[in-house]
Design a protein around this ligand. Structure first.
Ligand SMILES: Nc1ncnc2c1ncn2[C@@H]1O[C@H](COP(=O)(O)OP(=O)(O)OP(=O)(O)O)[C@@H](O)[C@H]1O
Ligand SMILES: [Mg+2]
Length: 151
């Protein structure tokens, strides 16, 4: 699939796309968020969680690696694997419970967990473009394509 491209002028636009993605959520969705430090990955997740009605803070779980949320539409896990030294460390956080086909997983720095993570339903690539960001969305499974079509 070629992918869908967006230009996001400011952080508000990133959050707003996160909200739109949440409105299209499918159970068990696994989304990889790619992009350099500061590309806007956590901002997208914040919008996503706001879209699901979460009102509290959304911070990247850089040290804890994982932050669980209970939403009106089931469990959501936000992972940030930036600090992961070795993918094997993921044994300790009980990954099998996360990828249960129902819970939604949004994963920053997924390449750090290579070999331990399932294939994603969707890849999102964020990069700096002018004052804003470019976002490329790529669906990789029927579940991912349903989300992409819904957008
Ligand atoms: N579309 C945008 N245009 C301009 N600035 C943006 C945009 N989206 C997000 N930002 C800003 O970029 C900064 C970094 O965002 P964020 O923390 O979401 O990045 P990140 O990709 O999660 O970084 P890290 O890899 O360090 O976790 C924030 O100040 C945020 O407000
Ligand atoms: Mg982040």
């Amino acid at each position: 699939m070629a992918g869908i491209e967006f230009h996001l002028d400011d952080a508000e636009a990133t959050e707003s796309l996160g909200r739109r993605l949440a409105a299209c959520q499918q159970p068990g969705l696994v989304m990889f968020l790619h992009g350099d430090l500061g590309a806007g990955k956590t901002t997208l997740v914040r919008g996503y969680l706001r879209g699901l009605g979460h009102q509290g803070p959304v911070k990247s779980p850089t040290y804890a690696l994982i932050e669980p949320y209970e939403t009106g539409q089931g469990n959501l896990y936000h992972l940030d694997l930036y600090r992961l030294a070795d993918p094997e460390e993921l044994e300790w956080i009980g990954l099998r419970d996360l990828f249960d086909g129902e819970s939604v997983c949004l994963i920053e720095w997924p390449q750090r967990g290579e070999g331990m993570l399932p294939e994603p339903d969707m890849n999102i690539y964020l990069s700096v473009e002018g004052q804003g960001r470019r976002l490329l969305l790529e669906a990789l499974s029927p579940r991912g394509e349903q989300v992409a079509h819904c957008l």
